[in-house]
Write a protein that binds this ligand. Structure first.
Ligand code: 1GP
Length: 245
């Protein structure tokens, strides 16, 4: 079943913008989940993304189970590696870090995930993951040991996204990195969106409603926000469900 992906396509065809709240089990204490999810449920969020570059003490399975008990929103795994898989989620962004040249993150971790995936009922969504330089080194760069693409190199960014689409990926994710200083530029989003036919995800460093709207108006179909919600629950108050874009 391809419910998750077809729902994304359907929303886009209706002109609806999507918002994923990213939850890193390392940063979210179990005792905070109920209150946090109440805020999420009252907001315009449409998806929960779950995962982190590396997990030290967090538990994906336990967190996914808890999240499910508090929300109807689809839970999509956004894993740093093959250890972050669970059947308690609805789907998986099968991320290939196509901005980098480290085979581990291009294909190796994927091969290692297969036997586990065969025993799970997750909807697997192949996703071209493109890391763009944002002013500071982020966890993805450190953990993957790859260099992000320079923000100024629009041609390389666009060609990387196009290559991902030609390879059959179903989503392109432009990532500035968690806690990024500069979210992905308007021009980058606009140009990539105009060159690809598949849905475009944008994330990293988005901390205000204005930045969210900028990403949407540039052409992002789905925006991912983690840090801003982790640091300040009141951010949700600006994104209450009746808000329209
Ligand atoms: C990180 O794109 C996501 O992978 C979200 O980034 O935590 O900066 O919102 P932030």
């Amino acid at each position: 079943m391809m419910t998750l992906y077809s729902n994304i396509l359907e929303s886009i065809s209706k002109g609806k913008k999507l918002l994923a709240v990213l939850i890193d089990p390392d940063k979210m204490h179990e005792s905070h989940i109920e209150a946090f999810m109440k805020k999420v449920n009252d907001s315009i969020a449409t998806h929960i993304f779950l995962g982190g570059s590396i997990l030290k003490h967090g538990n994906i399975e336990k967190t996914a189970k808890l999240l499910k008990s508090y929300t109807e929103l689809p839970i999509v795994l956004f894993p740093g590696d093959e250890s972050q898989l669970t059947d308690h989620a609805d789907g998986l962004l099968f991320l290939s870090l196509i901005s980098g040249r480290n085979p581990d993150y291009l294909i190796d971790k994927h091969v290692k995930a297969v036997s586990q995936l065969q025993s799970l009922s997750l909807e697997v969504i192949p996703t071209g993951y493109i890391l763009i330089e944002n002013g500071i080194e982020t966890a993805v760069e450190r953990v993957s040991k790859t260099k992000p693409i320079a923000r100024q190199d629009l041609e390389l960014i666009v060609n990387t996204a196009k290559a991902g689409e030609y390879l059959g990926m179903k989503l392109i994710y432009l990532e500035a990195g968690s806690g990024a200083k500069h979210p992905i530029d308007y021009e980058i989003i606009q140009k990539v969106k105009s060159e690809i036919q598949i849905p475009l995800i944008v994330g990293g460093g988005i901390r205000s409603k204005e930045q969210l709207q900028t990403a949407y108006s540039a052409g992002a179909d789905l925006v991912v926000i983690g840090t801003a919600f982790e640091q300040d629950l009141s951010f949700f108050n600006h994104l209450k469900r009746q808000t329209t874009y």
